[in-house]
Design a protein around this ligand. Structure first.
Ligand code: DX5
Ligand code: ZN
Length: 242
């Protein structure tokens, strides 16, 4: 346990004692720096930097080199990060077979796990396994994927991740036209059906685009470059929360 870090409380991770999913408020603005943009030569320091900067979640971009054209890190990296923060670990599996690796990311200390609807797995089964493990489950869709594709799963997720770039790399441009209509559709569907999933956006989110995403209905803002690239991360987090 790292000195000074409060023990990671189950309640903070949105998990009840009975390990059932807890629906946190999907209208609260949540800021989630992406560790993809951090200086990996000092990852413990960078994790503490985000924690002390007042971030709400820490977004972990896992890439398998097959589902996306890049490789980032795996479960051992998540386990290394875990003791350095009590922030919710928001693990984004950009993997072709997230079902095959799921247990290792649960064991590593993730609080929430998001899988892609385009990946090669039984989506409903994977989402059920994430919840059965006592974690919050998320479903992601790429810019080219229609909102219709995720509709069958919306009543069994805690979070919908609308990718606002083609996944694989940080520092790309926000794809407004292709993705904001889907964010708006996700909000409308949620209200219409009395659901309460978070709407998360990831990719090209900065002080300008965060307002566009929020105005369409997103409440969880993932940002790598705009937060880890900021001279004053706390100020950048506070500004993004406005
Ligand atoms: C894409 C990654 C990135 C990362 C954020 O695969 O998911 O979107 O989180 O990147 P920035 O904020 O630098 O665009
Ligand atoms: Zn991500």
């Amino acid at each position: 346990m790292v000195e000074g870090i409060r023990p990671h409380s189950v309640a903070e991770a949105g998990k009840r004692e009975d390990n059932g999913p807890v629906m946190s408020d999907c209208n609260t603005r949540i800021i989630a720096p992406s560790l993809l943009a951090a200086d990996w030569s000092k990852v413990g320091e960078e994790v503490r930097r985000a924690t002390e900067a007042g971030a709400d979640w820490l977004h972990l971009d896992v890439m398998d080199g097959h589902f996306v054209d890049n490789v980032s890190f795996g479960p051992q990296f998540v386990a290394a990060v875990r003791p350095h923060t009590n922030l919710t670990l928001d693990t984004h599996l950009m993997m072709t077979r997230p079902d095959h690796y799921l247990d290792r990311f649960v064991k590593a200390g993730s609080d929430r796990i998001t899988v892609h609807v385009e990946a090669d797995h039984d989506v409903a089964a994977t989402l059920g396994r994430i919840r059965a493990a006592g974690l919050q489950c998320g479903l992601a869709l790429n810019p080219a994927t229609s909102f219709e594709v995720v509709k069958p799963f919306l009543d069994r997720i805690d979070l919908l991740l609308v990718m606002t770039v083609v996944p694989g790399f940080g520092g790309q441009a926000f794809m407004e036209a292709e993705t904001m209509p889907k964010v708006a559709a996700a909000r409308a569907y949620r209200e219409e059906h009395g659901l309460s999933y978070h709407i998360e956006v990831d990719g090209g989110i900065d002080q300008r685009t965060v307002a566009i995403a929020a105005s369409h209905g997103a409440n969880v803002m993932v940002a790598g470059t705009a937060l880890y690239g900021a001279v004053d991360m706390a100020a950048a987090v506070a500004a993004m929360r406005e």
